[in-house]
Design a binder for this molecule. Structure first.
Ligand code: GAR
Length: 321
């Protein structure tokens, strides 16, 4: 079982969603710990709730600071508290693109609409004016484009006749309080769910030309070429031979490169047992914020080293268009 994920929560207001996350996080079975609550509004009510529960708080008003300066102060607090995931719960500031990129895949937000409908503000009034049957809330991954990242979970709330934006907002909050802790729990658990991780690796591997899945010594692997004579370019490894990692093994250029990578980035790479000096390196996937673009680049490189020239040439030609 993985350790609990360390999450920080940014708020600007009442902080009822923060409270829902915080109390869910205090349950024994929780998969995360709230390690920091931070705000850009010095008297945000939610800060008091966090303090009362002994959670570290941090306040930095955005007034008189550029977006970058303000983000830098908030980020320093995240780093000091060894935060792994940042959760935005009614944080009414847009984060700078650079900040979001540095934390890519590790920031979640709750937005009070059924995305992709009604990004931005006044979501309830807009849903009512449009005559929608339902409003709701969405938990999504934060990307530089506002409210546009992958939606992880949604809760629907019926719109009654004579509904006002205020009455709707109140009910949507009840739904948010159920939704948010679950969505955060599911998201932080993903890297430790071998099936989820495997399926992601498989989808990337099998999207490469002429590939197929094949077990090797009891572990799933991926080969390029004909079904009978293909060559392995990746092995999936789930706590194999006592290793604590869920990982994909890919081929480096040789032992020099392998050892350099393991030494420079021990949180990302390891040398798998029983692969000798063959150059297979383990890419660690059971950790927060796995960079899947990086994983895809490695899989392609490994595929390239195993694929026959006719395939790599075709692949290069296709890449030019
Ligand atoms: C929540 O309804 C949340 O969805 C919304 O602010 C409210 C915060 O309430 N977020 C946004 O509008 C983000 N664009 P809370 O402070 O009581 O949790």
């Amino acid at each position: 079982m993985a350790e609990k994920a360390r999450i920080a929560i940014f708020i600007s207001g009442t902080g009822t969603n923060m409270a829902a996350l915080l109390y869910a996080g205090l349950l024994e079975t929780s998969r995360y710990d709230v390690v920091l609550v931070a705000s850009n509004v010095p008297d945000a009510q939610g800060l008091e709730i966090a303090r009362a529960e002994g959670i570290e708080t941090f306040v930095h008003s955005h007034k008189g600071h550029s977006r970058e300066e303000h983000d830098a102060a908030m980020e320093a607090a995240l780093i000091a508290s060894e935060t792994e995931y940042l959760v935005l719960a009614g944080y009414m500031r847009i984060l700078s693109d650079d900040f979001v990129r540095r934390w890519e895949g590790r920031i979640l937000n709750i937005h009070p609409s059924l995305l992709p409908k009604y990004k931005g503000l006044d979501t309830f009034a807009r849903a009512i004016a449009a005559g929608d049957s339902h409003a709701g809330a969405s938990v999504h991954i934060v990307t530089p484009e506002l409210d546009a990242g992958e939606v992880l979970a949604q809760a629907k709330v019926a719109i009654r006749e004579c509904e006002t934006p205020q009455t709707l907002a109140e009910r949507v909050k009840y739904a948010e309080h159920q939704l948010f802790p679950r969505a955060v729990t599911d998201y932080v658990s993903r890297p430790y769910d071998a099936r989820y991780v495997y399926e992601r690796v498989r989808d990337i591997a099998l999207a490469l030309p002429e590939t197929h899945a094949r077990d090797s010594h009891g572990s799933p692997g991926f080969r390029v070429g004909a079904e009978k004579s293909g060559k392995f370019f990746a092995h999936f490894s789930e706590n194999h031979h006592g290793s604590e990692h869920i990982a994909v093994l890919v081929k480096t250029s040789g032992m020099d490169e392998l050892l350099d990578l393991v030494e420079a980035q021990p949180d990302t790479y390891f040398k798998p047992a029983y692969y000798g000096a063959s150059g297979w390196i383990g890419l660690i996937l059971n950790r927060p914020g796995t960079d899947w673009v990086h994983v895809a680049e490695w899989l392609e490189r490994s595929w390239r080293s195993a694929a026959p020239a006719r395939l790599t040439k075709l692949h290069d030609a296709a890449g030019m268009f």
